[in-house]
Structure formats: structure tokens, C-alpha cells
Design a protein around this ligand. Sequence first.
Ligand code: FAD
Length: 422
Amino acid sequence: MPAKDILIIGAGLTGIASAWALRQRGHRVTVFDAHDGPAEETSFANAGALTPSEPEPWNAPGVHWQLLSSLADPHSPMKLRVKAIPGLTSWGLRFLWNSRRSAYEAACQANFALSHHSLKLTQAVREAEQLEYDSLSRGTLKICRDAPPTPVRDGINKTLADMGLKSEILDVEETLAREPMLEAVRDQIAGSVFHPLDESGDARAFTRALARAAEAAGVRFEWKTRVLELIDRAGHIIGVRTDEEEIEVEAVVLATGHASWSLLAPHGLHLPVRPVKGYSLTLDMSGLNQRPGLPVVDEALHTIATPMGDRLRIAGTAEFTGLDRTLREDRVDNLRNLLRSIYPQIADTLLAGEQKAWCGFRPMSADGRPFIGETRARGLWLVTGHGHLGWTQAMGSGDVLASLMSGETPAIDASAFAATRI
Ligand SMILES: Cc1cc2nc3c(=O)[nH]c(=O)nc-3n(C[C@H](O)[C@H](O)[C@H](O)COP(=O)(O)OP(=O)(O)OC[C@H]3O[C@@H](n4cnc5c(N)ncnc54)[C@H](O)[C@@H]3O)c2cc1C
């Protein structure tokens, strides 16, 4: 297929990964972003975990009870705010409908396949381009507090194992051998699950390093350029209008994260993706003699503590609160408490130093799967809706998109991510 002129809107993880993959296939690629550089929105300070081991959408069976009870619980890790309910009605119903076990398991399998493929591509580009982003290839440790983990929680684990998921059930001693810093909470841990293939790193540093490599390979960037609308000619998207100009291209790719909805709605495309707010707190570990060695996940709290070079980042919590960007002190406090509950011996020292709190919006799809492919409007492509897995799935999503746009068969079955399901 001949090379195309392609405009990507969005320079977060998915936009940059897509630009890279498209340029590798010879297309002429331009990226527009409203910010003055890459990874300034949700890709700015996420938890940094590359976790094919966590393919589960957040609308697991039973999620409705969790959301309802969160209305009255200020510390609930997944929090629904009353004022957000009107804006969530149709998306919310689809979110709940997709918590049926069959839909949930199908999303787990599709997400795992994409994440697994993505991790291999992340490793490959890191080696080929010598990308530096405080990467760690030590796996992740999922701690269990109430009861020891059981070998097979349900059928989906066996299916994922057959697809390539590696996991080891650890007792308390084995858990402490993996992460000696958990000794201080030995009494509170019942065991853990270790996922040796998971990785971690600073997603923003990765995005910026990959953007530099993409620019060197010929991708053109225009910063501080906000796209106001898509230009539609008889159902065919032929370009965009920015705050300064109108440009025509052969294909437009929306990699606009949680903001995709507003560009699509005027064209009758009602993307079921809504912002789900999350928080992170980054602390300076440079003065510590003993440091955490690998990411520790506390699944019950949707939180994770990830070492990133000289820093430790605690991240998590999910808030359904619309586009309210307020950095709420009570949510940041939840992260401080989480730090105390995992590493009490270093918490006070770390919290006495510089604390960088941040919040961002996960672009959460109602069926727990991203959108990758061409929409019903010809010439308009999506790579968005990755929710809590945008870093884990970025390189794989870019690769699938670039294959589809180049007329190739993608390396994995991409039907579960079709953008025609809007
Ligand atoms: C607290 C937290 C922790 C997380 N932890 C993890 C994790 O450990 N692992 C993981 O895999 N994922 C994680 N995620 C999810 C991940 O960060 C996101 O899925 C990912 O960053 C989304 O990337 P994106 O490129 O789609 O969107 P973004 O990073 O938001 O990029 C979208 C870009 O589009 C631009 N844009 C939007 N509209 C326009 C417009 N009209 N004109 C021009 N530019 C526009 C924006 O400026 C922005 O730069 C986490 C998220 C949060 C909030």
C-alpha cells in the first residue's frame, strides 16, 4: 500500500507509539498536540507499570455494589461522586452491562493478547533506540492481605496462562525473599502472586524518548496546536481545523485520550469513553540506604508502589467525577496511608522530603477494551480508550493501528478493538 499523509492528534503514550509505528512503515506522519511537548496529560505521571498480568477491566462482576457503597465512603478506592452521575448515564449503563462474566472474560483475553504483544515491542524499541526511562524488568508482586492466594481463582487464569501469562504463588517467606522491604508488614501479609514478565518504568520519560526517536526518523510535531474540529465531507473526514489553520490529509488519527469524545460527537459518533480520575504521589528516595526493589500492587485498593530510579511513585484510586481537575488532599492522603501500610519503616522519611502529587484522567471505555481502527467515518481512525492500561498497551496499539492503516494483517486478532463498535 502506498505511503499516506497521516495526521495524529495527541502526543501521549498512544499517539507517540502510533507515530513511531506508522513512520516505521514509511508513512508521512505529523503529530499535533495542544501542549508544548509530549506526555503532558494522562501519560504524565502514571504508575509506570507494564502489566500484561492485569488485563481485567475495572467493571468486574459485582462492580455495581462497589460503586453504590462508594457513594457513602470517602476512602473507597473506586469512588463514584453524586455530581458525576448525570453525565455518566448511558456510559454507566454500558459499563455495568459489560460487567457480565462472559463480557468480562472476553475483555480479559483480548487485553492480555494486546498487552503481551505490546510488552515485546516496548522491549524491542528500548533496545533498538537505547531509550532510557528508569526501566525495571523485575516483575510485579501482588500482595494479598486477607487470605493466601489460591492457584486458580477462576477459569480465566488458566486461559491466560495458556496464552502466556506467567505467575507464581508465593507464601509469606517467599514474598519477603522477593521484596525484603515488606518485612515490616510481615504480620499483615498472607502471601502474594509474583508476575515475573511484568516490567515498569517512567512512562513520561519513555514517551519523550520515543518522540525524539520518531522526530529523528522523520515525524513532524506541531506543539501548542489545538484541534477544534474535524472536517467532514459527505461522511469522509478529510482534515482538521485548528485554532490557526485548516489542513487536509489522507487520514486523521485520534489519540486524544479522555478528550476524544468531544471531537467525535458532532459527527454522530458517541464514543463510550469517559474520564476516570486517578492520583499519584512521587517521592524522593535518593537519601535511603534500603529501597523497594520492584513494583508492589495492592489489588484490593487499586494501588501500586513503583520504584523509578531515585524515586518511589505511589499511584491509584479511581474516581468517577467528570472532568474535575481538583487535586483533592483526601485522595492524596489515601496514597500516603497506602505508603505507610506497605513500607512503614521509610514512610516518614519519604514524606518529610519533596512530594509531587498529580492527578490525571484514565480514558475508560465502557467495555474495558480500547478502540483501535477506522471508524464508520472514512478517513477517521481511533487509538484511544485504554483506561488503566495505556502504558501497558501503547506500543501494541500503535503497531495494530499501523498494520491496519497499511493494509497488513495485524500481529494479533484486532477484532475485539474495532472502532466500528461505537
Ligand atoms: C493514576 C494513574 C495511574 C496509571 N497507571 C498506569 C500503569 O501503571 N500502567 C498503565 O498501563 N497505564 C496506567 N495508567 C493509564 C495510562 O496512563 C493512560 O491510559 C494513558 O496515559 C493514556 O494515554 P493517551 O495517549 O491515550 O492519552 P493522553 O496521555 O491523555 O494523551 C492525549 C493527548 O491528546 C492531546 N489532545 C487532546 N485533545 C486535543 C485536541 N483537541 N487538540 C490537540 N491535542 C489534543 C492532549 O494534549 C494529550 O497530550 C494510569 C493512569 C492514571 C491516571
